[in-house]
Design a protein around this ligand. Structure first.
Ligand code: SF4
Ligand code: SF4
Length: 253
């Protein structure tokens, strides 16, 4: 699958009415804890991998941006995060060793952690990867009553965004957020006010961040070698502990 047919989401904040249908649908398909009544105040968490907030009189969705060159993927020492050819950035819980580097590295502050679980996992939006593989839309886009959240091919959504700006130049700022930020993302955002007004970070630059990360790490080769060995060791011990625990439980049965 070429980059042009990668899947993406277009969020047009000028059309969002803050109904929360996307937030509820996401919880249902991902079997997450039930929706909160005061959901507009909710932050991303292990219980909510997308939220709708109110910022300066606008409604704003927050979720993983599914970066084209994701920093979370590049810093993960055990490849627990993966940028798929279809576009979504997914998570392999069975590979994760819980170092939480992805949480530190994400420029959009997206991944969260199941702090209350005995075997915690990273939680973030996976752009309904299983549905996408079956040719379906994401749950959030399917239920959006106003077209504020659209799902489709990234290049077609970019055209749609450009067409909306062209047709209503007074209604939009002339900027598609995510077209170039951090080298491009698979979530694109339209706005009628400067994007920072909606709370999205604007200092992230247009360079893919993994390149910058690598530039820094490359200069301290011991970090790469020592860090990998150390982390590999921690991961092995953690995994071994879980295996022993499981074996003990089976013996008890
Ligand atoms: S927004 Fe953060 S978690 Fe999502 S793909 Fe980009 S770096 Fe990874
Ligand atoms: S379903 Fe659509 S209109 Fe409703 S909160 Fe989500 S994006 Fe906004």
């Amino acid at each position: 699958m070429g980059i042009s047919s990668q899947k993406a989401l277009l969020f047009d904040s000028t059309r969002c009415i803050g109904c929360g249908a996307c937030y509820v649908a996401c919880k249902q398909v991902n079997r997450l804890p039930p929706a909160q009544e005061n959901f507009l105040d909710e932050k991303l968490s292990a219980a909510s991998v997308t939220v709708v907030n109110q910022r300066n009189g606008r409604f704003v969705r927050r979720l993983c941006m599914h970066c084209q060159n994701p920093t979370c993927v590049s810093v993960c020492p055990v490849a627990a995060l993966e940028k798929t050819v279809e576009g979504p950035v997914i998570y392999h819980a069975d590979r994760c060793m819980g170092c939480r580097y992805c949480m530190q590295a994400c420029p959009f502050n997206v991944p969260t952690y199941e702090w209350n679980q005995t075997q915690p996992r990273i939680k973030k939006c996976t752009m309904c990867y299983e549905r996408v593989k079956q040719g379906k839309s994401t749950a959030c886009a399917e239920v959006c009553p106003t077209g504020a959240t659209l799902f489709g091919n990234r290049d077609e959504l970019i055209e749609e965004a450009r067409a909306r700006i062209r047709a209503h130049p007074a209604q939009y700022i002339n900027h598609i957020y995510g077209l170039q930020e951090v080298g491009g993302t698979s979530v694109l955002v339209l706005s009628d006010v400067p994007i920072e007004t909606l709370g999205y970070p604007t200092h992230v630059g247009t360079e893919p961040l993994p390149m910058l990360t690598w530039e820094v790490l490359r200069k301290i080769p011991n970090f790469v070698v020592v860090g990998s060995v150390l982390l590999g060791g921690i991961w092995w011990i953690t995994k071994r502990r879980v295996e022993v625990q499981r074996a003990e439980q089976q013996e008890e049965v």
